[in-house]
Design a protein around this ligand. Structure first.
Ligand code: GAP
Length: 450
């Protein structure tokens, strides 16, 4: 059973933007750095720089607002990365969370057997070993003694923390089926072949929601359809182009061990179609298993039916890093402004790392002081930046490249009437706005309320 769907063998349509352009921009502008760079890097690990951390926070914020804050039927949770080792016995991860691994007898490289075509090494054509199952969970020890009894695992999915808290949630919150429990957080998988930048890494972040429904096939089907549709449209709402998304139901033989049926939302990356998010029907598999292994009652009491049962689960499970990559790829653009080519990230303003850049037109006449004053006014509401270095055109270009949707310029007129020019990243159009109206105008145009 594979931890993740193998890439499709079909030829993918080409994209104009390349991974190289994205990776270079990310490094050059402090969005994503290779981790442990000063020591020569550490296999597919990445650090998020000053702009990347803002973008990542906004991706999670958007998800949380739509999946928890705006809903009446979903609650949040933040469970521990380290769970009791029995968790992973119960969940089936110890037994089943494996990928088939083959080694090349000649060049010694390792591959996932289900990621290669044919029976020879894709690098040197050498003979391959028989496939053996490799468990993807990272192991460590709890406490000072390093023995079997103290072995624990870094969670490979955030989901199990939700199932382990099912009784806590229904005992302390007034919930009625159907309801969901959502959380975001780090997960770890010792992937055999990580790669494609932040697409597949060994340490990554997930945004998962377990939606509990009555154990009834019709109920399950309608909520499954609902969540597939919701999650597909979510990406479109925040800027992914509809043509770059597709739904792909899993074939029976690629289903995860816990799944009765999964549909992936796939995105057209520059390297081809790949999974962004999986929506799975987990049935009562996890609650049944945890009830069995813990001996605890994990049933729900249905007041209307006057009966107890373990609900079934629909799980939309997304990756923060992949989502961020998809938004970056679809936002990347190059156009010509005033005869000069510019790179512009057309990120949704809600996701943009910095919402507004404040510029004094001149470094004199009280303009820098006024610009600092305006920045201080905006700072409690939005992430902002101040820039007085170079020509105004160059300053605009610098911010366009990292997707800053608004530029606020302080000029000689500002000193007379307390208005500023507000420049739009996408149209490069400018309007005059009173300083007193800036917070309101920016709030409206950033549009978290949409
Ligand atoms: N709880 C279900 C679950 O974990 P999954 O399809 O294995 O399902 C969900 O993972 C999402 O997590 C994926 O769609 C992907 O976005 C992200 N993800 C999984 N493995 C990843 C990896 N090695 N690197 C980055 N993101 C990953």
């Amino acid at each position: 059973m594979s931890a993740e769907t193998a890439p499709q063998a079909v030829a993918a349509p080409q994209r104009a933007v390349t991974m190289e352009k994205i990776v270079n921009l990310c490094k050059r502008r402090g969005i994503v750095f290779p981790a442990s760079d000063i020591y020569g890097g550490l296999g597919s690990t990445f650090d998020y720089g000053p702009l990347g951390v803002e973008l990542k926070r906004n991706v999670k914020e958007a998800w949380w607002r739509d999946m928890v804050q705006r809903r009446t039927d979903v609650l949040g949770l933040d469970s521990a990365i380290l769970q009791h080792p029995r968790t992973w016995e119960a969940s089936g991860h110890l037994q089943n969370f494996t990928d088939p691994l083959v080694d090349c007898k000649n060049c010694k490289q390792r591959f996932r057997a289900d990621h290669i075509q044919g029976d020879r090494c894709p690098e040197c054509g050498g003979e391959l070993t028989e496939a053996r199952q490799f468990n993807l969970m990272f192991k460590t020890f709890m406490g000072p003694v390093e023995d079997t009894a103290s072995t624990i695992y870094l969670r490979p999915e955030t989901a199990q923390g939700i199932f382990a808290n099912f009784a806590n949630v229904i005992d302390t919150q007034r919930v009625k089926l159907p309801f969901g429990v959502a959380q975001t957080g780090k997960s770890f998988r010792n992937e055999i072949t990580p790669g494609n930048f932040i697409f597949r890494t060994r340490e990554f972040e997930q945004m998962e929601m377990e939606f509990f429904v009555k154990p009834d096939p019709a109920e399950e089907q309608s909520w499954f359809d609902y969540w597939v549709n919701e999650r597909f449209n979510w990406y479109v709402r925040y800027g992914v182009k509809q043509d770059h998304l597709r739904l792909r139901p899993h074939a029976k033989d690629e289903l995860s061990h816990y799944s009765r049926g999964t549909t992936d939302v796939e995105f057209l990356y520059p390297f081809g179609w790949g999974e962004l998010e999986g929506i799975a029907r987990r049935g009562s598999f996890d609650l049944d298993q945890h009830a069995k292994y813990s001996g605890k009652d994990l049933t729900y009491f249905d007041e209307e039916a006057k009966s107890r049962y373990r609900p079934w689960v629909i799980e939309p499970a997304a990756g923060v890093d992949r989502t961020m990559l998809a938004f970056l790829i679809d936002a990347y653009d190059e156009d010509v402004v005033e005869g000069e080519t510019r790179i512009v990230l057309r990120l949704d303003p809600r996701l943009a790392p910095v919402k507004a850049a404040i510029y004094p037109l001149l470094r004199k006449g009280g303009q820098p002081e006024k610009a600092h004053e305006v920045r201080a006014r905006l700072a409690p509401y939005f992430t902002t930046t101040y820039d007085q270095a170079g020509s105004i055109g160059r300053r605009y270009r610098r911010q366009d490249e990292v997707g800053t949707p608004f530029g606020v310029t302080i000029d000689h007129q500002t000193m007379e009437d307390d208005t500023v020019t507000l420049r739009d990243r996408d149209t490069t159009g400018q309007v005059r706005v009173p300083i007193a109206k800036l917070v309101e105008t920016l709030t409206e145009r950033i549009g978290w309320h949409r």
